[in-house]
Write a protein that binds this ligand. Structure first.
Ligand SMILES: *Cc1c(COP(=O)(O)O)cnc(C)c1O
Length: 435
């Protein structure tokens, strides 16, 4: 699979080259250079899930990694189930939260960890440090994906007191090669520190810093898979159903970009609908306003609190850079906190427990998809992770275990000098070295 840059059509790199660099260095983002419908997509959709996932990855990456290696990476990454749950007649939730950290980010980050491990290669003994800022779910996914993975250290920066207590437990109790820093400041401060660390060539080299944020091409690629799961599972249940509408709860728009790519690969999707919370930068633009990135607003669906979405450039590029084409090919809508809570309650009356992010998508689904058409919303996180939706239900085992472990977060002033000092010391002895 050849990749190019959103800002330089002459650039040509392989998937592994793109993954090693994470961004093209011209200010743009990596994107697949050419996307054509896959052959025999009906056959692919009819396969059992495990075989379908392996076949899909062998098709996309086999030329570069070899089909067996591509299939192995797929098998190891997509180890957990993706149930399609009927919520009402012809209305479904695709549950993407059954991985180790209970959000859909486990797919992209889990694959990224395996790709980086493969890139590190044999005989390369000095550990790399995955440095990431998080408002909750990314940090939890990164911590779990790299925990005790030889050759890697993890430093997660989160804003002290501003992520949910359960998210903090998921990030700051694993120990071993995973360190969690509670930054005195907001999420923006964490992101600023991470940027400053990467921009400091000496620091970046000394710790072999690697990034894990949602613009990484490996994360994008992995997220294509569950769109195929959605269409295949619906077809298995309702052989004559029309191609489903899929509604994507969006913040940085990485998930949506993967959905657009899945459709370009020939996956039959009816409507592809983006849904935001009160952070309406993109819906307002699609409604006709100029594109105006802005500071984020805090909402109940906090993983989608993004005012300047970093994957929007990708979505636009995938539509030839023309916002009119985005308008023609996608649908969109948003839900504020009041509407989100109404939807959580409405779904509960139908016997379904949604988290606030999935509820935003479900709400927009009802507004945008006419009754009678099959439609799927992506349920991106487990409801137990959020106070608004946790009440009265048993905690999943992974969270029970996280609660039993002692919290080991380290306080950190919001200054790059403090981060440099913290990274220089305090890692466990050689656990993270390659054997
Ligand atoms: C990160 C996240 C989102 C937003 O995904 P993007 O790819 O950034 O649009 C939605 N829901 C949950 C639970 C998340 O963690």
């Amino acid at each position: 699979m050849i990749w190019t840059s959103t800002r330089d059509a002459t650039l040509r790199v392989s998937f592994l080259e793109a993954s090693a660099a994470s961004v093209p260095g011209d200010g743009g983002l990596f994107v697949p250079a050419a996307l054509a419908p896959l052959e025999r997509i009906e056959v692919l959709l009819a396969l059992p899930r495990a075989e379908r996932v392996e076949r899909l990855f062998a098709t996309l990456l086999g030329g570069e990694l070899g089909r067996d290696e591509a299939a192995r990476l797929a098998r190891e990454t997509f180890r957990f189930p993706v149930p399609l749950v009927e919520v009402e007649p012809l209305r479904y939730a695709l549950e993407l939260f059954h991985g180790p950290s209970l959000s859909f980010k486990d797919f992209g980050v889990g694959f990224l960890a395996r790709v980086l491990e493969r890139l590190a290669g044999a005989g390369d003994r000095r550990a790399r440090t995955v440095l990431t800022a998080t408002s909750g779910d990314t940090g939890a996914a990164v911590a779990h994906a790299f925990h005790e993975r030889p050759g890697f250290r993890v430093a997660v920066l989160y804003p002290r007191g501003r992520i949910s207590p359960l998210q903090e437990r998921q990030i700051a109790t694993l120990g071993a090669n995973v360190r969690a820093f509670a930054v005195e400041g907001a999420f923006d401060d964490c992101q600023r520190l991470v940027k400053a660390a990467f921009a400091d060539a000496r620091l970046a080299r000394a710790h072999r810093l690697v990034a894990a944020n949602s613009i990484h091409p490996a994360r994008l690629l992995a997220q294509i898979v569950y769109y195929f799961d959605a269409a295949a599972e619906l077809r298995r249940r309702e052989a004559r159903a029309a191609p489903p509408a899929i509604v994507v709860p969006s913040g940085n728009f990485g998930n949506l970009a993967a959905g657009v790519i899945a459709r370009r690969l020939g996956l039959p999707i009816g409507r592809l609908v983006l849904a935001t919370n009160a952070n309406r930068t993109v819906p307002e633009h699609l409604d006709g306003a100029p594109y105006r990135p802005r500071p984020s607003i805090a909402t109940l669906s906090n993983a989608m609190d993004v005012g300047a979405p970093n994957n929007w450039e990708r979505v636009l590029w995938l539509h030839g850079g023309a916002v009119e084409r985005v308008r023609a090919e996608l649908d969109w809508g948003s839900a504020d906190d009041r509407e989100t809570l109404e939807e959580v309650a409405r779904l509960a009356r139908h016997g379904y427990r949604a988290d606030p992010h999935g509820a935003v998508a479900s709400r927009v689904l009802r507004e945008r998809v006419p009754a009678g058409l099959p439609a799927i919303f992506l349920a991106t996180a487990h409801p137990a992770k959020f106070e608004a939706t946790a009440a009265g239900a048993p905690l999943p085992d992974a969270l029970v275990r996280a609660l039993e472990r002692p919290l080991r977060s380290e306080p950190l002033p919001a200054e790059v000098e403090a981060l440099a000092l913290a990274l220089a010391d305090g890692w466990p002895e050689s656990r993270e070295e390659l054997p």
